[in-house]
Design a protein around this ligand. Structure first.
Ligand code: NAD
Length: 492
């Protein structure tokens, strides 16, 4: 079996315990690789190395433009190795090759964009209200950043943290998900080739309590950038608060995808299917609540079901496959348990509703694309994140009711509105409580558009110009230009 070691100080290293854990291929349900099992000792080693690389040596000596060039070079290397990394992710994660090829070809843009931004980080000269002083601001890096990532889209989500953190001049310790560590460990091998000094980027692999918690609580870590579930996010927020660490939290969602009768229905059907069955529903922005206006309910459902019924499942390496396996065994069990919950709650099952037994799914962790209608927004299936190919369909009468249902949930990550009425589109975009509103499209993400959650979906933003500020602290510098000596007993 292939072995993946941790990456500290520019070298592949064993864990201090010498232990390993298995990484599974979700398509076969079998282990295919072993990953070094890290501990608090390994975290301490990596953080100290990252702290040293932040404080001394060549990294802090680089100009911002030089840092930007390194990020650019890294983007080029990532583009060169996109195919290899995409195939690795398919094996480890079960994501479709069709999606991974697109994703890996797109990810270099994070390094180009934030590389370009590195030397545009600038302070201001302030028009002071006091005479005899000159005042300016500096935007300085924080120090060691902990980047903790989930198992869905590991490299994309990592790049949203890594590119701005490095552009700002920080150093990083990454803790990838224990379910999908391989692509991160393969990717970081490119840092040396790109010309980054050793220790600027490090990876400690292992489990949340053994590696994640020691990383979040380590005194030399100054910021935690986390993507994952809201329950882990809450724990991290509490732990980080004890030592005043900054956090960015990108958490879960229960996003409404709202279709009005005046929408282009065929486009909206496409958007509804893309919202919940793409990536096997394992995306934080899944449009897991489909809100349909009364008058189009039946015709829309006919179209939706006939498209969803034809979804091809099977080998994620095949370009023909449309719905792949669930990435982890615990997640597979969780999705199936939510299907049971929905049935017990009285939602009406109209498609799927269990494990996929199609021969092309073999022993993989496949769940049939599942649709429940007659869902009440109070049901757990409408309120809790399933993170799988399970759609809840809810009926509404008018705009007010659609808004009330859309906002009646503790999350606020994504949302979709399908309408041809421009006034309604704008009204909805103003009143939906979510960090992203898509009008007549769904699940579009870019390195240059801010992404973040309202309510329990998170804190802070990734992507876009402002994301780099999440990795900076501001210093105000006062210079006395006056000739006279000031009275020492009064505030200046
Ligand atoms: P998770 O919270 O279980 O794990 C995420 C990471 O946190 C993993 O690396 C895990 O090992 C680590 N971790 C676990 N316990 C920890 C602890 N106590 N301290 C520190 N680290 C700890 O999430 P997951 O199951 O890997 O991912 C799925 C979740 O991620 C879903 O809820 C999904 O909505 C969310 N997600 C959010 C976004 C977003 O951008 N908002 C994107 C993708 C996924």
């Amino acid at each position: 079996m292939q072995k993946y070691r941790m990456y500290i100080d520019g070298k592949e290293v064993d864990s201090s315990s010498g232990r390993w854990f298995d990484s599974f291929n979700p398509y076969t349900g079998e282990p295919w690789a072993q990953v070094a099992e890290g501990s608090a000792d390994d975290v301490d080693r990596a953080v100290r190395v990252a702290h040293r690389a932040f404080s001394e040596g060549s990294w802090p000596e680089l100009t911002a433009s030089q840092r930007g060039l390194l990020l650019h070079k890294l983007g080029d290397l990532l583009a060169r190795d996109a195919k290899k990394l995409a195939e690795l992710e398919v094996r480890d994660n079960g994501k479709l090759i069709a999606e991974m090829q697109g994703q890996l070809n797109y990810i270099p843009n994070w390094y180009y964009y934030f590389g370009g931004l590195a030397d545009k980080i600038q302070g201001a000269t302030l028009p002071l209200d006091k005479k005899g002083y000159f005042n300016f601001t500096r935007h300085e890096p924080l120090g060691v950043v902990a980047a903790i990532t989930p198992w869905n889209s590991p490299l994309l989500i990592l790049s949203m943290k890594l590119a701005p953190a490095l552009a700002a001049g920080n150093t990083v310790v990454i803790k990838p998900s224990e379910f999908t560590s391989a692509s991160t460990l393969e990717f970081v091998k490119l840092f040396e080739e790109a010309g980054f000094p050793p220790g600027v980027v490090n990876v400690v692999t292992g489990f949340g309590k053994d590696v994640g918690t020691p990383l979040v609580t380590h005194p030399l870590v100054k910021k935690v950038a986390f993507t994952g579930s809201d329950s882990t996010g809450r724990q991290i927020n509490e732990l980080a608060a004890k030592s005043f660490k900054r956090v960015t939290l990108e958490l879960g969602g229960k996003s409404p995808n709202i279709v009005f009768a005046d929408a282009k229905l065929d486009d909206a059907v496409n958007g509804a299917v893309a919202g919940i069955f793409a990536a096997t529903g394992q995306t934080c922005i899944a449009g897991s609540r489909l809100l349909l206006q009364d008058s189009i309910y039946d015709s829309f459902m006919d179209k939706l079901l006939s498209m969803a019924k034809t979804a091809r499942m099977g080998d994620p390496m095949s370009l023909q496959t449309q719905v792949g396996p669930v990435t982890t065994r615990p997640q597979y069990d969780k999705v199936l348990s939510y299907i049971d919950i929905a049935k017990k709650e009285g939602a009406k099952l109209v498609l799927g509703g269990g494990a996929a037994t199609r021969p092309e799914c073999g022993k993989g962790w496949f769940v049939e694309p599942t649709v429940f209608t007659e869902v009440d927004n109070k049901m757990r299936i409408a309120q809790e994140e399933v993170f799988g190919p399970v759609l809840s369909v809810i009926r509404f009468k008018d705009e007010e009711e659609a808004l009330a249902i859309a906002n009646d949930v503790r999350f606020g990550l994504g949302s979709g509105v399908w309408t041809n009425d421009i006034g309604r589109a704008i009204r909805m975009s103003e009143r939906i409580q979510a960090g992203t509103v898509w009008i007549n499209t769904y699940r579009a993400v870019s390195y240059l558009s801010p992404f973040g959650g309202y309510k329990d979906s998170g804190l802070g933003h990734e992507n876009g110009m402002d994301a780099v500020r999440e990795y900076l602290q501001v210093k105000s510098v006062w210079i006395n230009t006056g000739a006279a000596t000031a009275n020492p007993f009064v505030m200046r």
